[in-house]
Design a protein around this ligand. Structure first.
Ligand SMILES: NC(=O)c1ccc[n+]([C@@H]2O[C@H](COP(=O)([O-])OP(=O)(O)OC[C@H]3O[C@@H](n4cnc5c(N)ncnc54)[C@H](O)[C@@H]3O)[C@@H](O)[C@H]2O)c1
Length: 384
């Protein structure tokens, strides 16, 4: 099979821009992938950020002006990883330039920005757009999703999806754009981490019709560039409770996004409990998936209990990595790119695809309801 060549451009060469550049260099780990991407162009307004990309031979254009990258015929797909207040302008410019886009979450700073991006997409349906969300591409997550889809849990009793880290625990950590509403958005931590926690519930069709929320600003000021305290006006932690209706009945869903969850580092936890079974997975233990069984245990009688299964390394797209080996964040990123480029090439089949623009826009409707409910301390309907 001759792999289709695709030129990739990156706008925003910070934390995630470098992560994606590194993932693309590991492409030969994928088995029989129909696409061969090459990172050809990078844009960052900070020349120092661009210098890191000099080590990647395929990069033939570095620029501080993204219009130049969008004019480059060697760029087919653009990955954008910039501050949330810049999403709407840059994403719509990418779409209008006739390029395909892998956008970072939260897909615009708020629901109005997400709607504007969807409108640009309506005007240019030829542009293939997806939103970054890599957690479902852990092999354990795929097992958990398959388990839920099998119906083995029976009537669902409750669901929890939590995205937890503790990188803001140090109150002396200097302020940055993620702690300021004008750059991060009013939804704060939900804008930052919400896609990680909501993607799988949304893909499984679990959209709450109403919800309530507890929002916490735990560190209201941090040292600014001069060392003087500056206001941190974003929510640090958000816990959302909603009611979901599915084919089995009505059940509560808890979705937590927390920047101050001591003991956790970028951990996604997903738990489903039903009347006849259940499943739980956490990226803190990436090979392990636990399955709840309800029934006859030989020599014991009718019982309930959790069984731990080690799932190994294989996720949505096969890799050369030994099946019993471990998996991690960078593997999940590679898998997300594998499915994005496979779907773009019409070769995804029935595999789990990257988050769609509608799923990404839906998260903003959930954040709007959570903000309304959190401030009024009541329940809020979710706009559909
Ligand atoms: N998928 C994930 O797991 C994950 C993890 C972290 C961040 N993110 C998302 O990625 C995005 C970027 O976050 P980050 O942590 O990489 O931020 P960052 O601050 O590390 O990097 C952003 C980069 O954008 C550059 N930049 C700013 N304005 C620009 C412009 N007009 N043109 C080109 N470059 C510009 C900055 O100089 C900086 O280098 C955000 O949307 C964030 O929510 C996703």
């Amino acid at each position: 099979m001759t792999a289709q060549r695709v030129g990739i451009g990156i706008i925003g060469g910070g934390l995630m821009g470098r992560e994606i550049a590194a993932a693309i260099q590991r492409w030969p780990a994928l088995v029989d992938h129909p696409v061969r991407p090459r990172l050809t162009a990078v844009c960052d307004i900070n020349p120092a950020a661009l210098a890191w990309f000099d080590q990647i031979d395929s990069v033939t254009q570095t620029t501080t002006d993204y219009a130049e990258l969008l004019a480059n015929p060697e760029v087919d797909v653009v990955y954008v990883a910039v501050r949330h207040d810049l999403h709407e302008q840059i994403y719509t410019d990418v779409i209008r330039a006739g390029k395909d886009l892998l956008a970072e979450k939260p897909f615009g700073i708020d629901s109005a920005a997400a709607a504007a991006i969807l409108r640009a997409l309506d005007e240019h349906p030829e542009s293939f757009v997806r939103c970054s969300s890599e957690m479902p591409f852990f092999p354990g997550a795929q097992r958990a999703i398959d388990y839920v889809r099998s119906g083995a849990a029976g009537q669902i009793i409750e669901v929890r999806s939590a995205f937890l880290h503790s990188s803001d625990l140090d109150e002396h950590k200097p302020i940055n754009w993620k702690r300021q509403a004008k750059y991060c958005g009013e939804a704060g931590v939900m804008n930052d981490l919400g896609m990680h926690a909501w993607h799988v519930p949304l893909r499984l069709g679990w959209v709450p019709d109403s919800l309530t929320a507890a929002l916490q600003n735990l560190v209201p000021q941090r040292p600014g560039p001069t060392g003087e305290p500056e206001v941190c006006d974003t929510w640090e932690n958000a816990t959302v409770w909603g009611w979901v209706e599915d084919g089995t009945g009505r059940f509560p869903i808890t979705v937590e996004t927390k920047r101050i969850a001591p003991g956790n580092k970028n951990t996604w936890v997903f738990e489903v409990v039903g009347k006849t079974g259940g499943v739980r997975f956490a990226t803190s233990n990436p090979k392990r998936v636990e399955i709840l069984s309800v029934g006859e245990v030989p020599g014991v009688g009718r019982e309930q209990g959790w069984t731990a299964i080690e799932v190994g390394s294989q996720s949505v797209w096969p890799t050369v990595t030994g099946g019993i080996f471990e998996t991690g964040f960078s593997d999940a990123i590679l898998q997300m790119w594998a499915v994005y480029l496979a779907e773009r090439a019409g070769e995804l089949g029935d595999r789990f695809g990257a988050a769609t623009p509608l799923e990404a826009a839906r998260t903003h409707q959930l954040y709007d309801a959570a903000l309304a409910a959190g401030e009024s301390r009541t329940w809020a309907p979710v706009t559909r």
